[in-house]
Design a protein around this ligand. Structure first.
Ligand code: PFF
Length: 456
């Protein structure tokens, strides 16, 4: 169903768009997933490859998604259908929609943990922690409780659904203009505590001194997946968000700001986690519970730790909410635009699907043995979802998007869109070879190596 531009709404200003896109990008990807993946992928070597992926893949693909979105003013499926009618390309949009629901399902579990930890902080539970083992015990007991896990998941999906349903996103974006800087101040305070703990230098070395012998394609694949996850790319989120940008705004510089800001927050989160982690004698590769073990133990050793604890978990929850909104917005925009569903029906159905799948992830961290250690692969359901969708689906999506833009729609048309109303796209001469060849080639090489490792 064709909707008029005015009905779809538009960001009132360039800064409004940047805030919304940054709200989507900055979230658990930066504060939870970045340290978790860096910790299990060797630290500094991963960080170098991560920055490489942000530049070579992230920025070019973000410009691509935004230009497709603004040009077509549609959700991902509608966008590909409009640019390449009656072809298979619309299934790339479908992949994005499935990926959005799938990521939301486990993302909301972790966001639920943040809410749970917020309540623990309010209750003063962290002030009593004196050893790393105690911090671990708190987490294990927490994750093992099936009803509480499902409740927290439900709360987070409900919050996300309410925001999208009532269309109060604008209000949240205005709030995040105030809240985001507060989050940064709290993160910096925790960084200062972390790096001043006795024994933190080992953590700094782990995070900052790359051991080049550890760099390999396996870590490069981790870095690629993490960069795309953190920048909300590869599933059409930025197509959907781009569809609300005005023609006179410069989307290439907006993309650059969002990439720089998002990366800075992730790097900051690493500085908060690794020095404290090594100072307390923990292991960096423990997986999804990493920050939930490190942050509380650090708060216990910090003047004003009680208040910092409340602040940090509350603000991470809000950062997560601005990301889950964008995850749910993609499937909702699709059924509203293309299938003519009402917004409330779309939100109810998509939110419920995410909740039902989310239950499996919620129970896979100790609550149900079977889901915690899946037979044969010996890993949790949550890890399987994360690997399948964050690592593979987003990378395949980005590969196909760059090929689509470079070879089907064409860079000339994209540049015409980007330069719309008198805007100058300064780096177009660099962007063209990237989006046509270098970006897709790098993803192909990474996947080629994965196939080689798996089958030969
Ligand atoms: N970028 C978000 C984060 O870092 O938390 C997660 C995310 C949102 C991934 C939207 C993908 C997406 F489309």
């Amino acid at each position: 169903m064709e909707l008029k531009e005015t009905q779809r709404g538009i960001w009132s200003s360039k800064i409004g768009f940047i805030l919304a896109a940054a709200g989507s990008a900055v979230g658990l990807g930066n504060i939870w997933r970045f340290p978790t993946v860096a910790g299990r992928s060797g630290g500094a070597a991963f960080v170098v490859l991560y920055l490489f992926c942000v530049v070579i893949v992230g920025l070019p693909v973000m410009i691509a998604e935004l230009s497709i979105g603004r040009h077509t003013r549609k959700n991902p499926v509608g966008a590909f259908e409009k640019l390449a009618p009656h072809s298979g390309w619309k299934y790339l949009g479908v992949l994005g929609i499935v990926t959005g629901i799938a990521i939301l399902s486990f993302y909301a579990v972790i966001a639920g943990w943040i809410i749970g930890y917020f309540f623990k902080a309010v209750g003063g539970e962290f002030q009593r922690i004196s050893t790393a083992a105690e911090s671990e015990m708190i987490f294990t007991g927490f994750a093992r409780n099936p009803f509480y896990q499902m409740l927290l998941l439900g709360i987070f999906i409900l919050l996300t659904s309410l925001v999208i349903w009532r269309g109060v996103k604008g209000g949240i974006e205005k709030w995040s203009k105030i809240l985001m800087p507060i989050l940064i101040v709290i993160l910096i305070s925790l960084v200062i505590r972390s790096v001043t703990l006795p024994g933190s230098s080992k953590g700094l070395a782990f995070y900052l001194k790359p051991d080049f012998s550890k760099m390999n394609f396996k870590i490069l694949l981790e870095a690629l997946g993490q960069a795309l996850f953190s920048l909300s790319l590869g599933m059409g989120t930025m197509i959907t968000y781009g569809s609300y940008i005005q023609k006179r705004d410069n989307l290439s510089t907006s993309a650059l700001y969002v990439c720089i800001f998002d990366t800075a927050i992730a790097i900051l989160a690493g500085f908060m986690i690794f020095p404290a982690l090594f100072a307390m004698g923990m292991k960096p590769d423990i997986g999804p519970s990493l920050i939930f073990q490190v942050i509380p133990a650090m708060l216990a050793r910090m003047p004003g730790g009680y208040f910092f604890g409340i602040g940090v978990f509350l603000l991470i929850a809000i950062a997560a909410l601005t990301s889950t909104i964008s995850l749910l917005e993609v499937p909702v925009a699709y059924v509203v635009d293309e299938k003519g569903w009402s917004r409330s029906k779309a939100v109810t159905v998509m939110g419920s699907i995410a909740f039902i799948f989310g239950i499996f992830s919620a129970l896979s961290n100790g609550a149900l043995e079977f889901l915690t250690k899946l037979p044969a692969i010996n890993t949790s359901f949550l890890n399987v979802m994360d690997t399948a969708f964050s690592k593979f689906s987003l990378a395949i999506g980005s590969l196909l998007e760059s090929l689509f833009l470079g070879w089907i729609w064409g860079t000339a048309k994209a540049i015409e869109e980007i330069e719309g109303e008198g805007v100058i796209f300064k780096y177009k001469k660099v962007w063209i070879p990237f989006i046509k060849v270098i970006t897709p080639l790098l993803i192909l090489i990474i996947f080629g190596d994965l196939l080689r490792r798996t089958f030969f």
